[in-house]
Each structure stands twice: as C-alpha cells, then as structure tokens.
Design a protein around this ligand. Structure first.
Ligand SMILES: [Ca+2]
Ligand SMILES: [Ca+2]
Length: 170
C-alpha cells in the first residue's frame, strides 16, 4: 500500500513541472490544469485543426481561447511542461468562415490577439491559428490540414471579461 502511494507520488511528479512556473490541477480532472475558472489540457498527439477541435469537444471542451497576456503565458507554460521544444500547438482561432474574420471555436468574441510580427498573413490560404510561432512563441495562421499538438480548455458559462491590455483589438 505504501509502495502504491509512493508510486502515485512519483507519477504525479512526472506530470508536474520541475521549474519555478508551477501548474496547478486545482479542481480539474486528472491531466487537466486550472487557470482562473477554466481547466486546460495539452494533447501531444498531432492532429489537423478540425480533428483537434473534435477531440476537445469529445471532452466537453473546445480548442483553447485566450483573452489576456497572462492567459497566453499560462498556455505557453502548460505546453512547455510537456514539450521543452515549445513546438506549435493549435488554438481555437480560425477564419475559415470569412477570410480575415477570426473567431474562437468556443464562441467567445476575439478581443485580444497576440499575433507574431507579420501575422496573420494567410499565405497561400491559412485559416487556423496556433501558438508558439518561431522564436517569439506568439500566434500565427497556418494551414488547417497541418498536424499539430493542441490545447483544449473547458467552457465557461460566460466569456471572460476583457481587460484593456496591449494587443486588444480597438
Ligand atoms: Ca485566412
Ligand atoms: Ca501565417
């Protein structure tokens, strides 16, 4: 029994961050992490944007929407905890329905964005958003058929109120 408890502690240690940036599970299910009033999960299996969203939906969630620099930083930390290379991961942004009109898949309005310099550029048609672009680790639009890891986030009853931070759309 004691051995089991020890093994469980080691197991928890394996999914916990080792750095100073600490992820908290809070009230979230196993393998999900809490930030403010939502739960977030990094999924390492690369999928197309649509399959990633469907995967999140199967957990009662959506691809992550972000509404502040703090939230962006949390999502980066979450990814880094599982992928030290901080490779691109899908987020819930797409402009599939109307070019240049970005929407979050969870229905929250897009009022905060953190696009990388020169993005979104819709280069040869790019309609899906990801985080961790190149060295800035900000957001980029890419082809929706690319296979990327992704981040899901649970839904909230109402969309987050939006602080007037840098990056907010006028
Ligand atoms: Ca586009
Ligand atoms: Ca792009």
């Amino acid at each position: 029994m004691i051995l089991h408890v020890l093994l469980f502690a080691v197991f928890l240690g394996a999914v916990s961050p080792s750095g100073e940036e600490n992820l908290q599970r809070g009230v979230c299910p196993l393998f999900w992490f809490g930030y403010n009033d939502r739960c977030y999960k990094y999924v390492a299996t690369p999928m197309t944007w649509a399959d990633a969203e469907l995967h999140c939906l199967s957990h009662g969630a959506n691809l992550v929407s972000m509404h502040s620099l703090d939230e962006h930083t949390f999502v980066r930390t979450l990814i880094k905890n599982f992928d030290p290379f901080e490779r691109p991961a899908w987020i819930g942004l797409s402009d599939t329905h109307k070019e240049g009109n970005w929407m979050w898949s969870d229905g929250c309005p897009v009022k905060y964005v953190l696009w990388d310099v020169g993005q979104p550029d819709n280069r040869q048609v790019e309609n899906c958003g990801h985080i961790n672009n190149e060295s800035s680790k900000k957001w980029n639009d890419a082809k929706c058929t690319y296979n990327n890891p992704f981040v899901c986030a649970s839904r909230v009853a109402s969309c987050p109120s939006l602080p007037n931070e840098q990056g907010a759309i006028a």
